[in-house]
Write a protein that binds this ligand. Structure first.
Ligand code: DAH
Length: 338
């Protein structure tokens, strides 16, 4: 048996393989069920006990040698094929799979589009802001408890620099730099010191809206938001305004849209039939004054909504964290929304 093993080892040393047919021949001859290696293992059972150790070792060596040779031959064939095909300059190129827009961008663009049709233009502001634009100008005095609603990341204390907690800071910048009439929509990223969970994140996105002109009334606000809700969620959508409080609007309201279950009861609206989507109100005269606009001459309304919240309602996702994990399996589902 030792002789047989030796002979096969020599054979392998001289083996040359030209194509896949020969590779298969090699496999059948040595490595298949009916090949030499298996036959030798069968024969091994009959070897005398005192020889088992030596023969067993040789047999195992042979096994490693044969499977190593097979892999090597296969590798050589594959790389030869690669060289041959890569030299073929007439072959078509490898296609690059097309990505898709992030669902938050999709929803943000849709919101901006709707307001563009009402004559709103887009404005942007810095993510690292000062206290004045995020809080003071918006009627949150220092030390006022209203600041507790938005737990803030402070970057430096003096001069004060914070990560903006809402896009309302851009309202202030717009009013400071633009004489009325103003009709602007302000999308952007905002930051709050929140525990990350299925419902909240320390980073999210908002779209802010601002309309300032002579004789703007609450009826204008309601009509504008109703138009938006119907464009965004469908013709049948109804809206509801509930009294609320924001330091920078007076009066203030939260807006709900009717749930598609029509109040019949679903998990999303928790059987209430309504989904809260944004805060809004008439811009407080103090805020207008802070930004250099005469409140006796001008009035206006503002609103702000969370993009993740709208995306979660639209795409029926239950966990806000999905929008930040960049898991391609999640993101790929939005290719149709390009
Ligand atoms: N800034 C508010 C928030 O982040 C949302 C908001 C409410 C914006 C009312 C507004 C507004 O412009 O008028 O909770």
């Amino acid at each position: 048996m030792l002789n047989k093993i030796k002979r096969i080892k020599e054979e392998i040393g001289n083996f040359r393989i030209i194509d896949h047919a020969e590779l298969e021949e090699f496999r059948l001859k040595y490595l298949s069920k009916k090949g030499h290696l298996n036959a030798l293992f069968e024969e091994f059972k009959t070897v005398a006990i005192e020889q088992k150790k030596e023969v067993g070792q040789q047999l195992n060596d042979l096994k490693i040698l044969l499977s190593g040779a097979y892999e090597r031959f296969k590798g050589e064939l594959d790389s030869r094929r690669k060289v041959e095909t890569s030299n073929d300059l007439t072959r078509p190129g490898d296609s690059i799979p097309l990505g898709s827009r992030h669902p938050i961008s999709v929803v943000c663009n849709e919101i901006c589009d709707i307001f563009n049709r009402l004559g709103y233009t887009v404005a942007e502001g810095p993510e690292i802001e000062d206290d004045w634009h995020v809080f003071s100008a918006l009627n949150f005095p220092p030390e006022h408890p209203a600041r507790d609603m938005q737990d803030t990341f402070f970057v430096t204390k003096n001069p004060d620099r914070v990560l903006r907690t809402h896009t309302s800071s851009v309202q202030v910048r717009v009013m400071e730099s633009t004489p009325p009439p103003i009709r602007m929509i302000m999308p952007g990223r905002v930051f709050r010191n929140e525990v990350i969970s299925a419902r909240s994140h320390c980073i999210f996105h908002q779209v802010e809206g601002l309309y300032i002109d002579r004789e703007v009334s609450f009826a204008d606000l309601k009509q504008t938001l109703m138009f938006f809700a119907r464009e965004m969620f469908g013709e049948e959508t109804r809206i509801r305004l509930r009294p609320s409080f924001f330091p920078f609007t007076e009066p203030s309201a939260e807006m709900d849209v009717s749930c598609t279950c029509n109040g019949k009861g679903c998990n999303l609206c928790k059987h209430s039939g309504w989904l809260e989507i944004m805060g809004c109100g008439m811009v407080d005269p103090n805020v207008l004054e802070n930004c250099g606009i005469d409140p006796c001459e001008y009035s206006g309304f503002a609103f702000g909504m969370g993009i993740e919240r709208i995306a979660m309602l639209k795409f029926e996702t239950r966990d806000i964290r999905m929008y930040f994990e960049n898991d391609v399996r999640f993101l790929q589902q939005f290719t149709s929304a390009l």
